[in-house]
Design a protein around this ligand. Structure first.
Ligand code: PFF
Length: 454
């Protein structure tokens, strides 16, 4: 069925950049990046991560945006139009499914962040020691009412934004939220680096420790480069489909990669200078944010305000990512089923909320319920982030490099005589080598590793 309404589009390049940056900067870049850096060799890990961004992150981002922009359709329509057969239509559906599943459990963790923001505002995050902080977190995360409640609230907020569409919803709200997020990051960094033992935190994050770099760590850097740019789940294809045919894609995407990296590193600096200033060790996983940091804030001057800023930062980051994970399915319903945006948004939000409920209960009521030895949350996050996302990336690389053909695809990048691709044959060569050879090989390595071959 043909869409009934004219396809939406971004109002400006800046709007697109903020929206795509909003998608990229999320729990992955703010919460996960700092601790994987600290654990896997500091600056040595950052260097590897930057290499992977250049070799696979940036080229695949360009490929996804290009596919969407050329087809001006959701990932399903775009894959089908370019791949020209049913298999590619199905692949497009798989990618949309991946984004959708991610949105369902991402909202659970993001709901915790929102819940902690409220806790911080009401002054409930003041602890005498780590045992008490841990107990508080366990109590909240295992409560069905609290977990489902904030999952619902967070999903409702996301849908409220999507309800207003591409320009008035995603673009306009990202243009408010992202600058606000950047200001909060800068405030936290200034506070962090002016603390007495800031150098300990800086050393932990930034000094290169090659002895800590392991093969597993290298694959983490690779996976991080992928997840942080929201690749392999239809998001960037969809955001690309709202981009004007005149837009110079590499020029619009480069700031996204650069700023996302910068923000991740700055957040890392803020977190570790603050944690080390209180002589605490940075914990790994959820405990870093939900136990260690609240404890640190309790001990600090101005800790009350800082804790509010911090949870506001993470909530904003998660919100702009969540909407981008939901949007591919919404755009599919609009393009293919002819639904109105409002109906598509509410339907998608309700469904994602319901599918997220077992994830929200995985830390309490459904703790003992397992699939392949994992609780529901761990199972869906493992399946989507570790298997479906690289698979989606692989499909897009094959589609662009081998089905569409790099040469034909790149013709669509030469939008004007001044375009980035026009007079720079080496750039085209670099992207070609990355997309045709390096990316598929690296993605196969990620998948083999996850399936236990190494
Ligand atoms: N890029 C986001 C992050 O680093 O947290 C994660 C993300 C966003 C994943 C959007 C999936 C998605 F569709």
């Amino acid at each position: 069925m043909k869409p009934f309404e004219k396809r939406e589009s971004w109002k400006s390049r800046t709007g697109f950049i903020f929206a795509a940056l909003g998608s990229a900067v999320g729990l992955g870049s703010i919460w996960r990046f700092p601790y994987v850096v600290g654990q896997n060799g500091g600056a040595a890990f950052i260097l590897l991560y930057l290499i992977f961004l250049a070799l696979i992150g940036f080229p695949i981002l360009i490929a996804e945006i290009l596919v969407g922009r050329t087809a001006q359709l959701s990932p399903f329509g775009a894959f089908k139009k370019i791949g020209k057969n049913k298999f590619w239509g199905l692949s497009g559906k798989l990618v949309i499914f991946t984004g959708f599943i991610i949105s369902s459990f991402y909202s659970v963790i993001a709901g915790w962040m929102l819940g902690y923001l409220i806790e911080a505002i009401f002054g409930h995050l003041s602890f005498s020691g780590s045992a008490q902080a841990l107990e508080h977190f366990d109590k909240l995360s295992s409560s069905a009412f609290w977990s489902i409640g904030f999952h619902f609230l967070f999903m409702a907020l996301s849908i409220l934004i999507l309800f207003f569409g591409v320009r008035k919803g995603i673009e306009q709200k990202s243009k408010i939220m992202m600058p606000l997020l950047i200001v909060v990051v800068i405030i936290l960094v200034i506070k962090g680096v002016t603390l007495p033992s800031a150098s300990k935190g800086l050393k932990f994050l930034l000094s290169p420790r090659w002895d800590l770099v392991t093969p597993a760590g290298i694959l983490i850097a690779l996976g991080q480069a992928f997840f942080t740019l929201s690749l392999g789940q239809g998001t960037m294809v969809t955001y690309g489909s709202y981009l004007s045919k005149k837009e110079d894609i590499p020029k619009s995407c480069f700031p996204v990669v650069l700023l996302n990296t910068l923000i991740s590193i700055l957040v890392g600096i803020a977190i570790f200078t603050i944690v080390f200033s209180q002589d605490l060790q940075p914990a790994v996983g959820p405990s870093l944010i939900f136990e260690t940091l609240p404890l640190v804030f309790t001990k600090m001057k101005l800790g009350y305000v800082l804790s509010i800023f911090f949870f506001l930062l993470v909530t904003l980051a998660a919100l702009t990512s969540e909407i981008s994970a939901l949007e591919p399915f919404i755009s599919y319903l609009i393009d293919e089923k002819g639904w109105k945006r409002k109906k598509a948004s509410i339907f998608t939000g309700c469904l994602a909320f319901l599918i997220g409920v077992p994830s929200a209960l995985s830390f309490g009521l459904l703790k003992r319920f397992t699939l392949f030895g994992l609780n529901f949350f761990d199972f869906v996050s493992f399946l989507s982030v570790n298997i479906l996302v690289p698979l989606g990336g692989f499909l897009i690389v094959v589609l662009v490099s081998y089905i569409w053909g790099i040469k034909k695809a790149f013709e669509h990048l030469k939008v004007s005589k001044e375009a980035f691709f026009h007079h720079r044959p080496w750039v085209a060569m670099y992207f070609k080598v990355c997309l045709k050879y390096i990316s598929p090989i690296l993605i196969i390595l990620i998948l083999l590793n996850i399936l236990g071959f190494f």
